[in-house]
Ligand binder design. Structure first.
Ligand SMILES: *Cc1c(COP(=O)(O)O)cnc(C)c1O
Length: 476
């Protein structure tokens, strides 16, 4: 395919469709009001373009649906498990495959076996469920991403890289307390920033030197391999599949949420080179997930995954996939809407603090933008700012370091005309951004408040208020 064209060619044709939910402005305003201006509380029928997450939202292919029909739902030793095991083995090169119902179940099993209170687990950045599963054991999840990875303006081609000097120092100092070392590919933080092959190899060498097992969090291994092919010296002639395989070769195993590059709506697994932990993992799997040949999934899910892993590595698909975030990122940038640069593999982050400087952090500029994107365009996005991370200390509001809005793109779901349509709408929004109003929190639950918090438009002259102790405005 030519890279010079403006149009993305979706490398599929559509044989099953689902209507978009189109609503009037008034209808969306009602949805917003009823949801307390929290998009997690808007029913999906109210949403036209759902960019809340790329997790489990993939459109499956005819081949995947076909495979599901011939699944063998035997409790033990099903033929579908054998297909799944062979597919994971072929893609990763790992010998031992343990299915789980999704990524966090894999995390809980592996950490439950290996991590003890007081331990430390280094990575570039831990995903939030990964961190939570480490911390609930009483261990520490340590982020060692390169400084460029924390700088929204840096255009480093591999912003997901781990800082190898820091890692070496860290391993030397804490060796006895590090049960495993990790890397997240792509690094979810920043929208799926890639990790270079050189960096992965460097991290593997350090872990090996200190005799620390190396486990990849491989949710987006195919997108990461495509970035390596496109951006890393000496890689442009390689097949993406062989790059992915070589990445897996550097590690001792992986955990994977198949809801990402597994191209399925549910599923996950642990895969390992060596047998050491396998018996214990399988015994624990039986306790909570199910027998080792289905691990909390239906056989038809295993079938879909066995097909999806290869579809995720298809070169035409990956060219289209990485073009989506880039197209939206470039489009927003051209409209003067600031984003975290460069766009990652699965999402674009808008810098709401820079875009809406007239809204103070205490009035949640990220959430204000989330609300405005929905009100105008029916877009559902996710605030990653002071609603999620802000807090109150001695009655003073402490904002998050950044006020970001994430647009995450489901795989194979929306087309370029959808994105063009939205960019037209965003152009008008950029012109009228002064009309965007801040919000006031009227209800805040004690933890994970972004899921259920309630808001109302801020009084134009509102001074900072104490909102934490407020009662819910409505009871639903
Ligand atoms: C989604 C994700 C997980 C957790 O997987 P679930 O399937 O949501 O439980 C872990 N790590 C990364 C990097 C992820 O993106």
């Amino acid at each position: 395919m030519e890279l010079t064209r403006r149009s993305i060619i979706e490398p599929f044709k559509i044989k099953m469709v689902e209507p978009l939910h189109l609503h009037s402005l008034e209808a969306r305003e009602k949805f917003l009001k009823d949801a307390g201006y929290n998009l997690f509380l808007v029913p999906s029928q109210g949403v036209t373009f759902d960019f809340l997450t790329d997790s489990g939202t993939t459109a499956m292919s005819a081949n995947q649906w076909g495979a599901m029909m011939v699944a063998d739902e035997s409790y033990a030793g099903s033929r579908s498990f054998q297909k799944f095991e062979a597919a994971v083995g072929e893609v990763t090169g790992y010998n031992y495959v343990i299915p789980t119902h999704q990524g966090r179940a894999a995390e809980r099993l592996l950490f439950g076996l290996l991590v003890k209170p007081g331990d430390q687990v280094p990575s570039n950045n831990h995903f939030d469920t990964t961190r939570a599963n480490i911390e609930q054991i009483g261990a520490q999840a340590v982020d060692l991403v390169i400084p460029e990875g924390r700088d929204p303006k840096s255009r480093h081609p591999f912003k997901g890289n781990i800082d190898l000097e820091l890692l070496e120092e860290f391993c030397k100092k804490h060796r006895a307390r590090i049960p495993i070392g990790m890397l997240t590919i792509t690094n979810n933080t920043g929208g799926g920033q890639p990790v270079s092959f050189e960096n992965i190899r460097g991290a593997a060498a350090i872990y090996r030197k200190y005799n620390i097992p190396f486990i990849l969090d491989a949710c987006r291994f195919a997108e990461n391999a495509a970035f390596i092919r496109n951006r890393e010296r000496g890689m442009s002639e390689r097949s993406i599949r062989s790059i992915a395989r070589e990445v897996f070769d550097t590690a001792d195993g992986c955990m994977m949420s198949a809801k990402k590059d597994g191209m399925v709506n549910i599923g996950g697994f642990i895969a390992l080179k060596k047998q050491d932990w396998v018996t214990d993992l399988r015994n624990n799997l039986i306790l909570t997930e199910g027998f080792p040949t289905y691990g909390g999934l239906a056989a038809r899910d295993l079938e879909a995954l066995a097909v999806g892993l290869f579809e995720a590595l298809n070169e035409d698909y990956l060219e289209y996939r990485l073009a989506v975030a880039k197209y939206m990122g470039d489009g927003l940038t051209d409209l003067g809407i600031p984003i975290v640069q460069p766009p990652g593999g699965h999402a674009v982050y808008i810098d709401a603090k820079a875009f809406l400087p007239h809204i103070p952090p205490s009035q949640f500029p990220g959430q204000a933008l989330v609300v405005e994107l929905y009100r105008r365009e029916g877009v559902r996005s996710c605030e990653i700012g002071s609603v999620m991370f802000g807090r109150t200390e001695s009655e003073k509001f402490v904002p998050a370091a950044m006020e970001l809005v994430r647009l995450a793109f489901p795989r194979r779901v929306y087309t370029q005309s959808h994105f063009d349509y939205l960019l037209e709408g965003f152009e008008l929004l950029a012109k009228e951004k002064q009309k965007c109003r801040g919000l006031q929190m009227t209800y805040s639950p004690p933890f994970l408040r972004h899921f259920t918090a309630q808001f109302k438009p801020a009084n134009r002259r509102a001074v900072e208020r104490k909102w934490v102790a407020c009662a819910p405005e409505k009871s639903n």
